[in-house]
Write a protein that binds this ligand. Structure first.
Ligand SMILES: *[C@@H]1O[C@H](CO)[C@@H](O)[C@H](O)[C@H]1NC(C)=O
Ligand SMILES: *[C@@H]1O[C@H](CO)[C@@H](O)[C@H](O)[C@H]1NC(C)=O
Length: 417
């Protein structure tokens, strides 16, 4: 297949200059984390209330940490004109997250079912808690879109432990800024709570501290497990509906992908020009997939759980959707039973709307080449022409971003894969 990506040769300077700052701040996070750990604080009261929390956590100490890093870097949005920075809720009504009670006791009635007894035990937990959909928020950012300027919202699925990936994303494709064409980009990371058995308390403090520095974490009070990924999907759709529905486009992706932000913006511009932006859902679409029955696979689904071909769906590694469609998805998702694979779940929701995701060859969430060791997977020109490429470490992402944005990288206008 061939993708005719625009081989843009404009200047791109200063992208990696801010690199030192976050690195420094991360080491500070760890250093101060040890310190904070010793402070006796009323965490529970503070959770979710950012300005208040800053005080209760470390009093005047906070300031010395917060000051240098809270300032947006060069190229960030100028302050919103005429709004005095006051938060605004788009439709005038006070909007808030209404899932306050963590009520996720298991649904015991399932245990008596015949199919449940035959079901692979790995799925028991999922099935027993399947009815629990919305969870309380631990870290929220109601102000993220409040100035009404955000046009593209980038949301990234992550887990607490992957701070280096978040760091790399912030420095590359997830950098909040206003693009040359005026598109204001905002970024959020979607997280659950630490799974039990790990150093739960310290991990939680770490993520709250990271959020104090960057202000880009949304965290819900559900265990961050693989089968709970769909909870990120539905809780985000609800969040978006409440706090950010004025934004025009949402790019949703994993924290281990490379995104060519410029090509993504080109695609958005093209769709807007062609008036194809209302019902937009574009990605690496698979049309005739069937559930994987190989028990060894991460994506194994037993017959007891699902026994049909999958509806067309876009790989969850990275896809683009328009805001009107996201709102419709939210509405319809409430009538769709949760499914352990999040991208398939969205496919089910789309099917309910009689829509299917559009296939775009620039989205390579299943890899550039199906051959994993293909040298193509390290070829900068492919990254320059594509929109999303999956499975890069934080280091690979930083490196590839640098190479792709080098002015002297010469690529043919057409690259075949
Ligand atoms: C919690 O959920 C269970 C089952 O869904 C229900 O029976 C119970 O009343 C709920 N409790 C609260 C406090 O909402
Ligand atoms: C998902 O999270 C909820 C809330 O923390 C938990 O009760 C449930 O067991 C989790 N499900 C899976 C499959 O991990």
């Amino acid at each position: 297949t061939a993708f005719r990506g625009a081989c843009v040769t404009e200047k791109r300077v200063g992208l990696l200059k801010p690199l030192l700052k976050p690195l420094l701040s991360l080491s500070l996070v760890f250093a101060s984390f040890l310190m904070i750990h010793k402070l006796k604080v009323a965490e529970k009261d503070a959770v979710g209330l950012k300005p208040v929390r800053a005080e209760t956590w470390c009093g005047s100490d906070c300031f010395s940490f917060k000051k240098p890093f809270m300032k947006p870097g060069p190229g960030s949005d100028p302050p919103p004109a005429g709004l005095d920075g006051a938060p605004r809720v788009s439709n005038g009504t006070p909007a808030s997250w209404d899932a306050q009670v963590l009520n996720c006791s298991e649904d015991g009635s399932v245990r008596t079912k015949d199919w449940f007894r035959r079901l692979d035990p790995r799925f028991h937990q999922f099935v027993l808690h399947r009815h629990c959909r919305y969870f309380p928020m631990i870290i929220n950012h109601p102000e993220k879109c409040a100035d009404g300027r955000a046009r593209l919202l980038i949301v990234v699925k992550s887990v607490i432990e992957q701070h280096d990936r978040r760091e790399a994303v912030r420095q590359t494709w997830g950098r909040e800024h206003t693009a040359e064409d005026g598109t204001a980009i905002r970024t959020l990371f979607l997280l659950g709570s630490p799974t039990t058995g790990k150093d739960t308390k310290n991990l939680q403090k770490l993520i709250e501290y990271e959020d104090r520095i960057y202000g880009d974490i949304l965290q819900w009070d559900f265990m961050d497990t693989f089968f709970n990924l769909t909870l990120k999907e539905v809780n985000f759709l609800k969040w978006f509906h409440i706090y950010c529905s004025d934004v025009r486009f949402i790019f949703k992706g994993d924290d281990d992908v490379f995104v060519n932000t410029r090509n993504l913006l080109d695609l958005i511009r093209f769709k807007v020009d062609e008036r194809q932006d209302a019902e937009l859902f574009v990605g690496d679409t698979i049309s005739k997939a069937i559930p994987i029955r190989n028990r060894q696979s991460k994506y194994y689904i037993p017959k007891e759980l699902y026994d049909k071909p999958y509806p067309p769906y876009a790989g969850g590694g990275g896809f683009l959707m328009s805001s009107p469609l996201a709102r419709r998805l939210f509405a319809v998702s409430e009538a769709v039973q949760l499914y352990p694979i999040d991208d398939v779940f969205l496919g089910m929701c789309l099917q309910k709307l009689s829509l299917s995701p559009e296939l775009h060859p620039g989205f390579r969430t299943f890899g550039i080449s199906r051959r994993r060791v293909s040298p193509m997977n390290h070829e900068p020109c492919f990254y320059k022409n594509l929109i999303v490429v999956h499975k890069l470490s934080a280091q690979e992402l930083l490196h590839m971003w640098k190479v792709v944005h080098k002015q002297d990288l010469v690529c043919a206008h057409r690259t075949s894969v």
